[in-house]
Every structure is written in structure tokens, then in C-alpha cells.
Design a protein around this ligand. Structure first.
Ligand SMILES: [Zn+2]
Length: 434
């Protein structure tokens, strides 16, 4: 792997006291090797195989999208402005039932191109045909935490086949693509998986030593149904099934009471907050300031492009900073730096990679996003963290590195053929629509 030197750049480092500094950073063997203010030492400059002039660029840890269904990019714009159950049962599921591995491959490729172009370096994905998603992540050079999500509303033999598929995927792909691919186990949601099926998935996660992921408490109706069916709200229900005995990440967690927040904190459960998706489907607003105050790790996810409708994590970061001010009436709720940590550092912690990515500290993986800050909306040069959260968008991303390998250069995708992807995604959609 190439030895890089980035010089004359501005670096955002949210895990340290000093949040931004002007200077240099070296990359070696896929890791951030060293950094400092001002000029790089001559020996580092001499050793570099490629030097990036960082003038006019702001470097931040690559963004981490902790919940999504990349292949659903094929369904973007197909059914908007509907309530979740209608949207899911009458529009998404009938189309998704027709998805082949080829559709998943091209839908995920479309998502991968969009994610890289908007500065995301790691994504969590829950879907079917996961081997295709893994192939795309591997080819695109992205880092990914992948899970073959299973819906248990089917006969026992089909349940078993799906679980075996998820186990097989884990065995094949955990640690693949030079370690960039990690695997989790996922019941789709407590309302789509009977309790005994969830227990079997938890047992498999123990066996394989993998974390768990699920959708939880996304709508008030889902919580009410859980109480009616099982006599407990989803958090208590999952806890009883042993779900939180594994490292776990739950998506949405919109409808929580105080006891549930305390329990999530106690069990060290991470939450993927998906503000755009929750707003679009009118699911409600998650109690993010209360979760953060309780010590819960809260990260950000786009959910799929069918309920967002883009995968620009800068939008989630900005909305996480704005939304909770609006609903709480407290403009100090979720400050800019905290929102940016949710999109980087806390995202890393949510998937068990808190010591490896999400920060630009030396020793961390070189997953780096560079934003072009020569545009008018980045002036005057006051507070770079503020600019990143309140003024930037994914369209400002210029370069991206993952594992020390550059995958976007001057907005040119180096690992994906975007022309082909556009063509194939349209072709897949036409076939699905029938
Ligand atoms: Zn989802």
C-alpha cells in the first residue's frame, strides 16, 4: 500500500481537545501514520510516494452510515408520502419480492457510487442476496458491516433456510476484503420475527461471535402491537429474548420511555438514528438528546433511498443538529461537534470499530473524506466544524480514501464505472416495474 503525505490541509479531529488544525498527515500501510501542524518533516516528505496538496481542502474522518438497505436505491421515488405499513406492505415488499441477485448487485452499486461521492467510507447494510452486496463493497473499496436480514413471517422450513443463509454468509464474508467487511446477524424486527426465531438468531450470533442488528420501535403502532402480542414493549421483549447479551445496534428507536433508555444504556446498546427516514414516514422523532445524556452511543443512518431519498450523510448530520433543537426548544441540544461525532466516531463505536475508524488520530485506519472548502458557503473561515455541519453537503466532497487507498479523486470514482451503473440500475428498475 502506498505511502501518502497530505500537506497544507485543514484537519478535523473530533476525538481530541483541539478540533481542527492546519498542517500535514502521513498515511502508511493503510493507517494514519503521523500528523502535525505546519510543514511536514523533510524525512516524511522524502518517504512519501504520493503527495496531496491539501490547500483549499478540509479533511475529516470518513462518514459512517450505520443503517441502510443499499439495493433499495432501485426503488427511489417509487412510492413517497405514504404511512410506513402501507409503504412497506403494498409498495416495497411486492417489488422486493421480485429482486434477483442481479438487481441487488446493481442497486447496491448505485448506492455505493452515491455514498462515495458524498463522503461515506463505511456503511451498514441489512438485506437479502448479501453476497452481492459484499461483492460490491469489496470492488468499490468501501468498508462495510453487512447482515443478511431475515423476516420470520413464513413457514418453519423457510425460516431455517433463511437463518442458514445468514450463517453461511457470515462464515464466508466475516473479515473479507482485507478485513474491510464485517458481519452481523439480523432479525428484521420484533414485529416481523416470532420470539423463538429471534432466540435462534441470537444463539447463532453467540456461536459465531457476531453482533446483532435490528429495526426497533420505529413507530408507535409497532410498540402497541408488541405490547398486545407479547405483553412487553420492544426493548423489554428483546432483552428477555437475550438480544442485548450480544453487542447490538438497533435502528430507529424512536418510541422509547425513560426505563427503556436506561436499559439500552445499561446493556450498552447502540442506536442508529435515521432522522430523514423517520420524518418522511412520519414515524416520530427519536429522543436523541435523552439517549446521549444517558450515555447511549447514537450514530446516524440514512435508511434506504426509498425512504430518504438520498444517501448523503451530511444531511443526517445537519438534521440531527437541527431537529432536536426544534422539538426540544433548546438550541444547545445536539451541538455541531456532537452531530459530526454521530456521523463519524460514534458510528465507529456502534459497529465495534471505535478503536479503528471514525477518527484521524495516528494508528487509526486511513478512512478519510476531503471536502473542498474554496466554495462561497465555506467563507468566512470562522469555525470549520460549524461549516461542516451547517453549511456543507455531500456535493462538496472532493476526495475519499478507505484503508489508505484512494477511491474518489477530484469527484472521479476510481473503483466504479458510474456510466454503466446508471444504465444497469435503470434497466433493473424497468424490469422490476414490469
Ligand atoms: Zn431500515
Amino acid at each position: 500500500m502506498k505511502r501518502w503525505l497530505i500537506e497544507n490541509g485543514i484537519f478535523a479531529e473530533l476525538s481530541m481537545e483541539r478540533q481542527t488544525f492546519e498542517g500535514w498527515m502521513s498515511i502508511e500501510g493503510g493507517y494514519i501514520a503521523a500528523s502535525g501542524e505546519g510543514e511536514a518533516p523533510p524525512e516524511i516528505r522524502d518517504a512519501a510516494e504520493e503527495i496531496v496538496n491539501g490547500k483549499g481542502l478540509l479533511f475529516l474522518p470518513g462518514l459512517i452510515n450505520t443503517h441502510g438497505h443499499a439495493a433499495m436505491s432501485l426503488l427511489r421515488g417509487l412510492a413517497d408520502d405514504l404511512v410506513l405499513q402501507d409503504w412497506l406492505e403494498n409498495h416495497m415488499w411486492p417489488m422486493e419480492a421480485k429482486f434477483t441477485g442481479d438487481d441487488v448487485y446493481w442497486g447496491t452499486s448505485l448506492a455505493a457510487a452515491e455514498m462515495i461521492l458524498s463522503g461515506t467510507t463505511t456503511f451498514v447494510d441489512m438485506y437479502d442476496h448479501m453476497d452481492k452486496v459484499a461483492e460490491v463493497a469489496s470492488q468499490a473499496g468501501l468498508r462495510a458491516t453487512l447482515t443478511r436480514g431475515v423476516i420470520g413471517l413464513c413457514p418453519p422450513d423457510v425460516q431455517t433456510a433463511k437463518l442458514n443463509d445468514a450463517i453461511q454468509f457470515a462464515k464466508e464474508w466475516q473479515g473479507a476484503a482485507d478485513g474491510r467487511i464485517q458481519v452481523m446477524m439480523s432479525p428484521h424486527a420484533p414485529y416481523t420475527c416470532p420470539p423463538d426465531y429471534i432466540e435462534r438468531i441470537v444463539a447463532a450470533a453467540h456461536e459465531l461471535d457476531l453482533p446483532l442488528h435490528t429495526h426497533m420501535s420505529e413507530t408507535a403502532a409497532e410498540v402497541a402491537l408488541n405490547v398486545k402480542q407479547y405483553g412487553a414493549r420492544p426493548v423489554e421483549h428483546l432483552d428477555k429474548l437475550g438480544f442485548f447479551s450480544r453487542p447490538s445496534l438497533v435502528a430507529h428507536a424512536v418510541h422509547l420511555n425513560d426505563e427503556e433508555i436506561a436499559l439500552l444504556a445499561e446493556r450498552r446498546v447502540a442506536v442508529s438514528h435515521n432522522p430523514v427516514s423517520n420524518l418522511k414516514l412520519a414515524s416520530g422523532v427519536a429522543r436523541v438528546p435523552d439517549l446521549l445524556r444517558a450515555g447511549v452511543t447514537v450514530s446516524l443512518g440514512t435508511d434506504s433511498a426509498a425512504s430518504n431519498n438520498n444517501l448523503d450523510l451530511f444531511e443526517e448530520i445537519r438534521l440531527a443538529a437541527l431537529l432536536h433543537k426544534g422539538v426540544s426548544g433548546d438550541p444547545t441540544a445536539v451541538p455541531a461537534a456532537e452531530a459530526l461525532r454521530m456521523g463519524t466516531l460514534y458510528g465507529a463505536r456502534s459497529i465495534g470499530l471505535g478503536d479503528a475508524i471514525g477518527s484521524l488520530r495516528p494508528g487509526f485506519k486511513a478512512d478519510i473524506t476531503a471536502v473542498s472548502i474554496d466554495k462561497p458557503h465555506f467563507f468566512p473561515r470562522t469555525d470549520y466544524i460549524s461549516h461542516l455541519v451547517y453549511a456543507a453537503s455531500g456535493a462538496d466532497v472532493a476526495h475519499v480514501w478507505v484503508d489508505g487507498r484512494q477511491i474518489l479523486r477530484g469527484r472521479e470514482l476510481l473503483t466504479l464505472d458510474v456510466g454503466r451503473i446508471r444504465y444497469e440500475a435503470q434497466r433493473c428498475f424497468e424490469r422490476l416495474r414490469g
